[in-house]
Design a binder for this molecule. Structure first.
Ligand code: PLP
Length: 376
């Protein structure tokens, strides 16, 4: 089996499983308990918080553990309006968990503004700035697109937004960026940043929200006061610990030279197929995601027969693949006929050149098969 759908989820690292196993079997105490075992459980959380904070170049007190990035994003967006005042601006390239939350706010009559994206998938910064005024509470721009892998220049966007409206807060969904590109949040100038464990070899069900110190946001869940009273509920100690361990594993395995070589190999193999168009901007892109439209085949069918051949690839966002079409690709101006054939291949630091060669050979065979069936 060759798994090339790593933007949808990833295999959990053995070391993360070992860390969880120890917690479930031995250190299963409630981290709020003040006796020795409780303190031990709490120390796993503290360690993970320190690790994540160091990879984001922020203070550990600015890290809040959540159940997933969807929760982190909902937390920020749903608190962006105080007394229904002001407006928020999001890009049209956002993941569903930001976009649908914003749409829900708009359906309640709140002023939600949508900034268009360019042909390459990046947000149109000039248009975004036109939407920002001194009443803008929040701007939310995805860091790396889950659809195309294109990277938004957050440092420039934050700077320009803040110079037009100094009080506006900046949020970014960093799910496809964390550990995969530069996420020095001080340099990026964001106030909120969301990450998800299961995209970097941690289990599903653990996420993070960075909240810059000094920023006021209402708690997400009220209760026993965990996460500094901001997100109550007994912590997912095993998941949180695994997130810290997985991010260390990811860092150890991440070799930029190898990853770039793999990306270039994948690109050249895909480009060698007739009737293929690469979607996005290969220069300014995550080296782990390739989105391509294949003429004359339906991505859904191709994905399914590829899986039958033992190669797993994606098509658009897994979260939205139950819906037809692709909102983000449409916003890039890609016609429905091309979207129908759009696949997404996403790599991990462990992906090998042999896997890429085998997978692209299987891809070529299956495309020929489908085109043959369609012609015949
Ligand atoms: N944001 C982006 C960019 C994603 O790719 C995903 C997952 O598909 C999410 C948010 C949602 O993350 P989670 O599954 O942790 O809720």
């Amino acid at each position: 089996m060759i798994f090339l759908d790593n933007a949808s989820t990833t295999k959990v690292y053995d070391k993360a499983i070992e860390a969880m196993d120890k917690i479930y079997r031995e250190d299963y105490f409630n981290p709020s308990a003040t006796y020795k075992g409780g303190r031990e459980a709490l120390s796993h959380i503290t360690k993970a918080r320190e690790t994540i904070a160091s990879y984001l170049s922020v203070k550990k007190d600015e890290i809040y553990f959540t159940s997933c990035a969807t929760e982190s994003n909902n937390w920020v967006l749903n608190n962006a309006f105080k007394n229904k005042k002001g407006n928020i601006v999001i890009s049209c390239g956002e993941h569903a968990c930001v976009y649908e939350t914003a749409k829900n706010l708009a359906s309640k009559g709140l002023d939600v503004r949508f900034a268009p994206i360019n042909e390459d998938g990046t947000v149109n910064v000039a248009e975004l700035l036109k939407l920002v005024d001194d009443k803008t509470n929040l701007v939310s721009v995805i860091h790396v697109s889950n659809e195309t892998g294109v990277i938004n220049d957050l440092a420039t966007i934050s700077k320009k937004v803040k110079s037009k409206s100094p009080k506006t807060l900046i949020h970014s969904d960093g799910v496809q960026a964390f550990m995969k590109t530069n996420t020095n949040l001080m340099r990026l100038g964001v106030d909120f940043y969301s990450i998800s464990g299961h995209k970097i070899g941690a289990p599903k069900g653990v996420g993070v929200l960075f909240i810059k110190s000094g920023i006021h946001i209402a708690p997400y869940i009220y209760g026993g006061g965990q996460e500094k009273n901001m997100r109550s509920g007994t912590e997912n100690v095993a998941g949180i610990s695994a997130l810290g361990v997985a991010s260390q594993c990811y860092k150890e395995l991440y070799n930029l030279t190898t990853i770039e070589a793999n990306y270039n190999l994948l690109l050249s193999e895909i480009k060698s197929i007739d009737g293929v168009e690469i979607i996005g901007n290969t220069e300014n892109n995550s080296k782990l995601i390739v989105c391509a439209s294949i003429n004359g085949v339906r991505a859904e069918t191709l994905q399914s027969i590829m899986a039958d051949s033992g190669v797993y690839i994606g098509r658009g966002s897994a979260c939205s693949s139950a819906h037809s079409g692709n909102r983000v690709l449409s916003a890039m101006g890609i016609p429905d006929s091309k979207i129908a054939g759009a696949i997404r291949i996403s790599l991990s630091p462990q992906t090998t050149q042999e896997e890429i060669i085998t997978a692209t050979n299987v891809l070529k065979e299956n495309i020929n098969k489908l085109r043959g069936y369609q012609i015949g």
